[in-house]
Design a protein around this ligand. Sequence first.
Ligand SMILES: NC(=O)c1ccc[n+]([C@@H]2O[C@H](COP(=O)([O-])OP(=O)(O)OC[C@H]3O[C@@H](n4cnc5c(N)ncnc54)[C@H](O)[C@@H]3O)[C@@H](O)[C@H]2O)c1
Length: 425
Amino acid sequence: MVGPSFAVRGEAADSPANRLRVAVVGVNGRGRRLTDVFSRLPGCEVGWVCDVDSRLLDRAAAVAEGAQGKKPETETDFRRLLDNPAVDAVVVVTPDHWHAHMGVWACQAGKHVYVEKPCSHSPREGEILVEAARKHKRVVQMGNQRRSWPMLQEAVELIRNGEIGEVHHARSWYANARAPIGRGRVTDAPDGLDFDLWQGPAPRRPFQDNLIHYNWHWFWHWGTGEAGNNAIHGIDVAIWGLGLDGKHPTRVTSTGGRYYHDDDWETPDTQMLGYEYGDGKKITWEGFSCNRLGAMGSGFGVTFHGSEGSIMIEAGNVYRVYDGNGRELRRVTPESDPADQLAGARYSRDAGHAHDFLECVRNGGVPASDIGQGHISTTAQHLGNIAQRVGRTLECDPANGHILNDPEAAGYWSREYEPGWELKA
Ligand SMILES: NC(=O)c1ccc[n+]([C@@H]2O[C@H](COP(=O)([O-])OP(=O)(O)OC[C@H]3O[C@@H](n4cnc5c(N)ncnc54)[C@H](O)[C@@H]3O)[C@@H](O)[C@H]2O)c1
């Protein structure tokens, strides 16, 4: 099946005939935000909002209607959207265990895909998603929006041009103060929630009352922990700035654990990840899910350490330059962000990335966070979690990230599925 091809830009793109019609799938926290963002963009209409929790649909539809003046249709089963030729693209904002399936099936149905990070629940799923994107010639952008932020693009350019000399190390971190999730009780799922379809590809487990929404992040069965939730943002910027796009690490380490609360949370709340790349370049990430003290006054950051100075990326679209003695030379903020004009300043950080995706769908370009690199950056985060789970350093093939000489660790490259839900490109 071949998707629509738009060769128009600017005002022409915004005419109803040329408008791209997208379906947003999973409309709770992040999905409601992206519903708002996409429905504000020129040349785009959110035609459908979809969620297995029908209690969320009216609110999401109202958000889109408020922004674009037209109410989207509502849907509870994603698979029906695939049969609808009017859907040009899907925006996948479900829990992680669904991302690759939705992305692959959408490509197979001729839809373009904006898939939230992490693009997969296991590295194998990412490989299949890349294969599907190429095979079906679809634009697939991952939602690590920092790749589209102008100040970060400028900072990366400076690093590449030698502003801070030779750079071997990037450090990244994330800090938050997340509350405990308690001990879940096995109960019936709430009315309006199709828990069977929520589980989708994941082997079935009974519903428990501390899982939905959001806390699935901290269960390996559905989530990828703080690494998949936030290390992915920092590590991806580090990879980008160090010029490591296209490469996987050769060695990966992790230390940490669930230390702060006695509850059902399985993934680490405190984690230190370390990556070595073959050419003397290194990345670290520190995650503090239960303590807000990050570093350098910021709960999120990436620092690049060069022979003649350093560059720090802040949580927002801002960077700082330091001399070789750690003295701050300048803090660079955007004078104006072109994305402000697209959807309003409140939305600009997400709008630029979403707009980039839509432009590539129209013009056939390669998006800022094409799924090829999205998969590689996501795999770095997965490898960190695998090192954590087996409790030892991983040796990896830099060409494809595959784990060497460790069958137990390599067993985490893919996951088990509910029978009948195996994924194929
Ligand atoms: N790029 C970013 O900055 C950013 C920020 C936040 C979240 N995210 C990502 O967005 C995703 C969603 O995160 P969240 O915090 O909104 O989670 P959430 O649990 O609050 O929302 C997920 C929604 O998906 C729905 N859903 C589950 N299975 C579905 C299915 N088969 N069909 C349709 N809907 C389904 C759920 O019912 C829920 O409403 C995660 O993968 C997360 O990593 C990205």
